[in-house]
Design a protein around this ligand. Structure first.
Ligand code: ADP
Length: 319
């Protein structure tokens, strides 16, 4: 193996730059030439491929987003498109590829590896923590910290005015961000896509808590479960006090990565290069019980990552 390439694809996540830096610097130290592919699979098809030097990735670890930029490339679901991508990689002399991205990107990586016989290693980067077989993906921790910071600020104003705050956070199919941010801010209720919500029961509980003297009322809802507007509509007439809605939106994707994400990304970037050098392909780097391992992409994509319902129980017990 002489020349490898790295790309970021799908939704951006803080820490992706730290992973790029690790792939580039460790790759070069191992005697490889490392190329960057701009704008994910779309940039690959447009041949936006350029060499990266040790110095070119200096000062990027602390930056959110991705210096390689990212994109969605719907036509990549077609075999002919992937065959074209493989041809381009071969023409550029690239013998191995590292794809940093979410679940969709991992699908693309698996097909490129298995059907086009290109050695590909996936690195999980997504704020949703919805990728199976890894305890955490790059970007989750930074996102959580952003959400916690925002909820904490809203809590100050919520308790001053005795209003209920409904806060919508990201998570289309996963309630992880809502659950953990709700747990660590002591939210009164957490609504996630994995568990059906009973508004009657929820309102009664909130009313009882208010009668017992609780002045805070924070409800965290994952976007995939319901919109904050829907939750407010269901609750307001039942609880009889004012609600305020906050949709955190894209601020959850931004910001300088936390120490945890920088470390995870650095470890995974190095592990991805090692995997290529060891002749592995169609695997993903994963964090399991504190260790970085590689797991087959086929296994990762077979199952949906399950939300640990104990965390929800714990949140309920402690709030
Ligand atoms: P993420 O990687 O953050 O989950 P997407 O789901 O949008 O984001 O996927 C990113 C890109 O990965 C898509 O635009 C497409 O190019 C590729 N991709 C997604 N799903 C597949 C699939 N089933 N087969 C091949 N490529 C896919």
């Amino acid at each position: 193996m002489k020349r490898i390439a790295v790309m970021t694809s799908g939704g951006d996540a803080p820490g992706m730059n730290a992973a790029i830096r690790a792939v580039v610097r460790y790759g070069i130290k191992k005697g490889l030439e490392v190329y960057g592919i701009k704008r994910g699979y779309a940039g690959l098809l447009d041949e936006e491929i350029e060499p990266l030097s040790f110095a070119s990735v200096g000062g990027i670890m602390e930056k959110g987003g991705t210096i390689l930029r990212t994109s969605r490339c719907p036509e990549f679901v077609m075999k002919e498109t992937r065959a074209e991508a493989a041809k381009i990689l071969k023409r550029h002399g690239i013998d191995g590829l590292v794809v940093i991205g979410g679940e969709g990107s991992m699908h693309g990586a698996m097909f490129l590896a298995e059907e086009q016989k290109i050695p590909v290693i996936g690195v999980p980067g997504t704020i949703d923590n919805d990728i199976a077989m890894t305890d955490m993906s790059i970007g989750v921790d930074t996102c959580l910290n952003t959400v916690v910071d925002a909820i904490q600020k809203l809590k100050d104003t919520a308790s001053s005015h005795e209003r209920a705050f409904i806060i919508e956070v990201m998570g289309r199919s996963s309630g992880y961000i809502a659950t953990v941010s709700g747990l660590v801010t002591g939210a009164e209720a957490i609504i996630v896509p994995e568990v059906p919500v009973n508004y009657e029961e929820l309102s009664n509980r909130l009313l009882q808590e208010r009668e017992r003297g609780k002045i805070n009322c924070i409800v965290v809802v994952a976007e995939g479960a319901a919109s904050a507007y829907t939750v407010a509509r269901h609750l307001e007439h039942r609880i009889g006090y004012e609600t305020r809605i906050t949709i955190l939106g894209h601020i959850q994707r931004g910001g300088s990565p936390t120490a945890f994400d920088r470390l995870l990304a650095s470890r995974m970037g190095v592990a991805a290069v090692d995997a290529l050098l060891n002749g592995e392909t169609s695997v993903m780097t994963a964090l399991q019980g504190g260790k970085i391992v590689t797991v087959p992409l086929a296994d990762v994509l077979k199952e949906k990552k399950k939300l640990d319902l104990h965390l929800l129980e714990l949140a309920g017990l402690l709030s």
